[in-house]
Each structure stands twice: as C-alpha cells, then as structure tokens.
Design a protein around this ligand. Structure first.
Ligand code: NAP
Length: 286
C-alpha cells in the first residue's frame, strides 16, 4: 500500500481551515505566519513558496520576508526580535540553511518559544525529550501521522531510524519511542547497517542519499517511510532515500517521493501555527 501524504495533508489542511474560520469569528483575526528567507537558494525558495501557498489556502495571514545572503547576523536577529514583540504575529519560521556567517543556533534561540512553529527552539526540544507539552517538529510529526493513517501499529514494534539529525532522525526516533516502539537509530558510522535496517518493522529513512535503501534492507511486510528529498544523479528527477521501485513489493506500506512526507511537513506546519495562535489567544483571554 502506498501512503499518500498528499491526500492526508489535504485532509489536515481542510481541518485547519475549518478551525481558522471559527477562530476568526471568536478572535477577530486569522493566525499570522511569517517566513524569513535569506538568499536565493532554489530549493529554499521553492519550500518557502509552498509554505506561503498552504498558509493562504488554510486562511492564515501569510508574510514572507526576503533578505539577501549578505544580511548580517545582527540585522537578522533584530528582525526576529521585532516579530517576537509584534502581538499580531503568531508564528515565525526562518528557512534553513542560512549562509555560513550566520549562527543558525543563535537564530533559532532568538525566536520566541511560543512562536516557534518549527519546533526547533531548545526549550521545545527539551520539552519533547522530557515528554512535556511542546510544539512537535513538523517532519517527525508528519511521519507519525502517516503511520497512524495507514493503520500501522507502533507499540511493541521494532523501529529503525536511519539518520540522526536534530530536525528529523532524532525527534522521529523519540516520538516512536513515546509510542512504545523499540527504537534503533543508525547513522553513517553504523556497522552492518543493511542488516539492522532489515530487522525493522518500521523503517524511517532520513539520510539524504538517493535510492540508498534497496530491497535487501527491507523486512518483508515492513512499513517504510522515506523522508529523503534528492535529485537522481542521472536524470535530475526528484527521488527519495529509498529505491521505491525496488522496495515497493517487499513493504506492506511505503511512502512515495514526491507526495509522501513532504506535503505532510507543510500540513503539520499549518497545524503548529494554528496551535501557537490558539494557545496565545486562550492565554490572553484568561
Ligand atoms: P542531515 O542533517 O544531513 O543528516 C543526515 C543523517 O544521515 C546524518 O545523521 C548522517 O549520519 C546520516 N547518514 C548520511 N549518510 C549515511 C549513510 N551512508 N549511512 C547511514 N547514515 C548516513 O539530513 P536531514 O536534514 O536529516 O535530512 C535527511 C533527508 O531528508 C534529506 O534528503 C533532506 O532533504 C530530507 N528532508 C525532507 C524533509 C521533508 O519534509 N520531506 C524535511 C527535512 C529533511 P551522521 O550523523 O553519522 O553524519
């Protein structure tokens, strides 16, 4: 079974849109998401365009701030601080990666935790690892929703996550652990990675290597979630970290690229923005 992230993302956005219409009646305005784009990287430009399109689709106010890659760190931090102070801004997202002269950690820390719709702020990360209420990072949140939608049982299963980045691998592993899977995290120094992967009931792949996972690395009947977004070296076509054609028949459920985790990440961003807005409004009303 191929799990369509596009379809599930559509359902999530429909739900957000309904809640936004209600929120406008109750609070007099829709949530406002501000996305900051530094530089002209084509992939970043396309991600930011997609986020803006989704935000408008669900009825948010959406602002994109574009700055040249020559912007100083100080100037960028000042923009964020002004947005932090602006009561009519509910979510702030800085598109990563940033130019080398800007400290990404500093930028992420400067965004107010309550406006951190990406879930990257250290206080949100700490809350996730301590099982306290937090904004869940969008991509891992989308992964769990895809598994749930496909009816994959997580509790008691063996999950293997390939990749240990702060934004995908690690939080995805933690969220699977919190759903009572037994989790192994593998990475570039893992010995016998193919064998480890082939033991997984749930295989999440987030390494950024085109078609890295082949059918010998997939347990028969496994659920395979492909996070990777790559270009095929030969054709330049978009592809995942999993060799889809090669693995499809071995997996019980599998996500395609494009149309799998990607749209889910954006849908979860819309959910997170609405959540930040509602939390603030409820707090203001108390
Ligand atoms: P990243 O920060 O570059 O991390 C890659 C991880 O993969 C690292 O932990 C690295 O191990 C591991 N790795 C690299 N080569 C490996 C190998 N040959 N064998 C085993 N592990 C290996 O990447 P990321 O930000 O997590 O992104 C991963 C992929 O997901 C990329 O293709 C990215 O474009 C995509 N992505 C998609 C979405 C979406 O919404 N669909 C969102 C975010 C990212 P070490 O830690 O040992 O270096």
């Amino acid at each position: 079974m191929i799990i369509s992230g596009t379809q599930l993302a559509k359902e999530i956005k429909e739900n957000v849109k309904t809640q936004v219409a209600e929120a406008v009646k109750t609070y007099g305005r829709p949530p406002h998401l501000v996305v900051i784009l530094v530089g002209e990287d084509p992939a970043s430009q396309s991600y930011v365009k997609g986020k803006g399109k989704d935000a408008e689709e669900v009825g948010f106010k959406s602002t994109t701030i574009r700055k040249p890659d020559t912007i100083s760190e100080e100037e960028l931090l000042e923009i964020i601080e002004n947005l932090n102070r602006d009561d009519e801004v509910d979510g702030i997202l800085v598109q990563l990666p940033l130019p080398a002269h800007i400290d990404e950690d500093k930028v992420i820390e400067t965004i107010l935790q309550s406006k951190d719709v990406d879930g990257f702020h250290p206080a949100n990360v700490a809350a996730l690892w301590q099982k306290r209420p937090c904004t869940y990072p969008c991509t891992p949140k989308g992964i769990i929703k895809l598994l749930d939608k496909a009816g994959v049982q997580i509790e008691g299963k063996k999950a293997v996550v390939l990749g240990r980045s702060n934004i995908v691998g690690l939080p995805a592993a933690k969220m699977l652990l919190d759903r009572n899977a037994t989790v192994t995290i593998a990475h570039s120094r893992t010995k016998g990675l193919a064998k480890t992967a082939a033991e997984a009931d749930i295989l999440v792949v987030a390494i950024g290597k085109p078609k890295f996972v082949t059918e010998d690395m997939v347990k028969p009947g496994a659920a395979v979630i492909d996070v990777g977004v790559n270009r095929e070296p030969e054709t330049g076509k978009l592809c995942g970290d999993v060799d889809f054609a090669n693995c499809e028949s071995k997996a019980s459920v599998i996500t395609p690229v494009p149309g799998g985790v990607g749209p889910m990440t954006r849908a979860c961003l819309m959910e997170n923005t609405l959540e930040c807005f509602l939390n603030k409004m409820k707090k203001n009303n108390n």
